[in-house]
Design a protein around this ligand. Sequence first.
Ligand SMILES: Nc1ncnc2c1ncn2[C@@H]1O[C@H](COP(=O)(O)OP(=O)(O)O)[C@@H](O)[C@H]1O
Ligand SMILES: N[C@@H](CC(=O)OP(=O)(O)O)C(=O)O
Length: 454
Amino acid sequence: MKVVKFGGSSLASGKQIEKVFNIVNADPERKIIVVSAPGKRFSADNKVTDLLIACAEKRIQGESADDLAEAVLDRYGQIADELELGLDIKDMIREDLFTRLSSDTDDPEVFMDLIKASGEDNNAKLVAAYFQQQGVEARYVNPKEAGLLVSPEPGNAQVLPEAYENLYSLKEKDGIIIFPGFFGYSRDGQVFTFSRSGSDVTGSILAGAVKADLYENFTDVDAVYSVNPFIVESPKEIKELTYREMRELSYAGFTVLHDEALVPAFRAGIPVQIKNTNNPSAPGTRIVNERDNTNGPVIGIASDQGFCSIYVGKYLMNREVGFGRKLLTILEEYGLSYEHTPSGIDDISIILRENQFTDGVEEEILSRIQYELHADEVKIQHSLSLIMVVGEGMRQNIGTMARASKALAKAKVNMEMINQGSSEVSMMFGVQAVDEKRAVQALYNEFFAAVAAV
Ligand SMILES: Nc1ncnc2c1ncn2[C@@H]1O[C@H](COP(=O)(O)OP(=O)(O)O)[C@@H](O)[C@H]1O
Ligand SMILES: N[C@@H](CC(=O)OP(=O)(O)O)C(=O)O
């Protein structure tokens, strides 16, 4: 049995949903179908989820959200018309959205999740209606009915362990199951969503729960490319990579798969296949436990912007027991998570996502570090990009760091910091955001120009 997830780009129009139907119909093993909300039809288009967020924000501010609600309903309406689904489904979606919008906003975050989740929930109902109209035995299954229990963390829910046992019974159901991605229910019955792009996570949870043979993730590219195709033109496709490599790459900027989506599939040992809804005969990319390292040390290069680095210098820091703990405790008190901590004997840098800082907090944290830790120097550097060079082959190859540094030097990119993960499957370079694209291109030329296929 296969669990198959279709992303927003695969469900953005009636024509796309016809493709989805043909793909599912072509393989009787495709039994559990996870759907996202309708995504963008063209680059300047709106994702339904973004419209819903704007809708919820207006209501939270006490304003009317009718115009935005109509824009959402128009997207479903157009799809239903294209698929000749009739009025029932449109009426049902309208009623559902306005019922949700009329609920109380006392807890804005809970309200936001209720509205966001409607994107996937209503799309699953619409897709199920289309499959039924085509004469296929298919039915919408609600995550509450199926027992997809999650932690009550708005916009950042985590699956609860007992969900896996509950969801196992989906295996026994007849026909095709159309399951909305992106959200689950807390133990007391409230809706909570995963973080953005979280339908990938739902697919992986279901695949793990029913012990599927394969988790297929359909999107709008033929494969996972060795670098982001918006940075390097026509980059090499990756045929196979390991869970660890993909986890590092998706965390560091390969948005094609949610970085938390691999854990459930990995724990259950289920391979993941990335495929293209618009070109389903392309083999795609397979994510597995182990692969042959035949083509050099590096499998992919990912990059992301929006980081800052807090530098702390203190003479004899290496001798001071508890220094690191005290420093991280200050960050913890402000609810900040950090990404990397490159360090020397007398200094340490903490790399964080900039968007975690609220007004005024930055100065407060810097002066607390200076004062409470008696630091010699504390400074913050903004607008950094992190570049991750990833590959299991690095463990067996000598000189990968030297090659990367040389390529960056040749491209006149100043490295602000370097960190090699203890796992030896990744190297991190911190550069100024303005240098990011040039750096990625230089690294790509170094590691992929002469490689046939990866
Ligand atoms: N290394 C990469 N390989 C393939 N796609 C990538 C990569 N990095 C970023 N992407 C982007 O990921 C997109 C697919 O993910 P997403 O937009 O979330 O699709 P979906 O709508 O299927 O959920 C691609 O269109 C591409 O722009
Ligand atoms: N619709 C949600 C969840 C999701 O997974 O979407 P997509 O498959 O389009 O990335 C979002 O936009 O975040």
